[in-house]
Design a protein around this ligand. Structure first.
Ligand code: PBG
Length: 343
């Protein structure tokens, strides 16, 4: 509509006047006003630190594909956990690089109450009780073929795998794990783990389900870290989700919540922020994302080449998780970013 003066009006107001008076840059003009209107914030409380453990004593090993990340023996992990707790990091998530001689067809070492992961939990709990411990319960660190399940005639057998994972979870809880995190994507594993925990006197141990774990290329450096890269034959497409699918990710998450998941996770992270947002909107659950090894190494690699500012890219990537709806992030950057946030 036009006035007699030929001006455009909308809702009784002059359009020039509206667009002219609406200046979004006003709140961006100073540091204080930018801080005042900032919608999302990353804090140390958002961080979960994934760590790699090895057998032995007083030893660290570099992981070439993950610059700055090291595998460490349990005694060193205890010291690192103490440092993390002092920085205010709420929890660590442990991943074992198991000696090849202890890996077999069925991943039976997951049922050893004294396996590397359980020894690490006990040691950290004894010395640093204030930090939360999240244990990954999956067969891949323990199988000679690097798959997350038991193979029969080339096929991952769902229910037998679930039984073994649930039993392994009970040992992890007995060792002191606070949160059990199944990363295998077998059907029914969350319910089976919940039942097993409850039946064995661990009703307060929580489950963080890797609710939507995609068959992703971004896990490459992790497989070097836990030593499965040379072992894995084929791929994990019969149990991880197709990266093309989003409704399926919602159905998978709905199922895990129905089975008793206390927290849900999206993995990988940054390429899947649409999934994070959908899950948060649909379920209002504590929602996490795993900024996986490949995402970490891309930022580290580009920064080492001088192509991006590594520190800013790290902070921006982590803030993006918050904006998408995450309550927290599993990230190899945790100690580095915690130090930075502490100022
Ligand atoms: C498997 C598992 C994977 C990761 C953690 N546990 C994926 C895989 O190897 O298939 C990936 C973590 C990362 O890339 O940082 N149970």
């Amino acid at each position: 509509m036009k006035t007699s003066a030929g001006k455009l009006v909308a809702g009784g107001r002059d359009v020039d006047e509206i667009t002219g008076s609406r200046r979004l840059r006003r709140m961006r003009k100073a540091d204080w006003s930018r801080r005042l209107v900032q919608e999302n914030r990353l804090t140390v409380d958002d961080l979960i630190w994934p760590v790699f453990i090895i057998d032995g004593e007083n030893r660290r090993e570099d992981i070439p594909a993950m610059p700055g990340v090291q595998r460490m023996t349990v005694d060193i992990l205890v010291r690192e956990a103490e440092r993390a707790a002092k920085l205010g990091i709420p929890a660590i998530a442990t991943f074992p690089n198991v000696d090849l001689s202890l890996r077999d067809e069925t991943g039976s070492a997951i049922l050893d109450p004294d396996n590397l992961i359980n020894r690490a939990t006990r040691a950290v709990k004894a010395e640093v009780p204030e930090i939360g411990i999240i244990t990954d319960v999956a067969l891949d660190p323990f199988t000679s073929h690097g798959h997350d399940g038991i193979l029969r005639d080339g096929i991952i057998v769902n229910d037998t795998t679930v039984e073994q994972i649930a039993a392994g979870a009970v040992y992890q809880a007995a060792a002191g794990a606070d949160i059990i995190a199944p990363s295998d994507m077998m059907d029914g594993r969350v319910g089976a783990i919940r039942d097993a925990l409850d039946a064995n006197g661990f009703p307060d141990v929580a489950i963080m389900s890797y609710a939507t774990k995609f068959a992703s290329a971004f896990y490459g450096p992790y497989r070097e870290a836990i030593g499965t890269q040379g072992l894995l034959k084929g791929d994990k497409k019969t149990y991880y989700i197709d990266p093309a699918n989003t409704d399926e990710a919602v159905r998978e998450t709905e199922q895990d919540i129905a089975e008793g998941a206390d927290m849900v996770m999206v993995k990988p992270g940054l390429p899947y922020l649409d999934i994070v947002r959908r899950l948060k909107d649909a379920f209002q659950m504590p929602t996490f994302a795993y900024q996986v090894s490949g995402e970490f190494s891309m930022i580290k690699g580009a920064a080492a080449s001088g192509w991006i500012d590594g520190e800013r890219a790290m902070l921006e990537s982590l803030l993006a998780f918050k904006r998408a709806g995450c309550d927290g992030v599993l990230t190899y950057f945790a100690p580095e970013v915690a130090k930075l946030l502490k100022g």
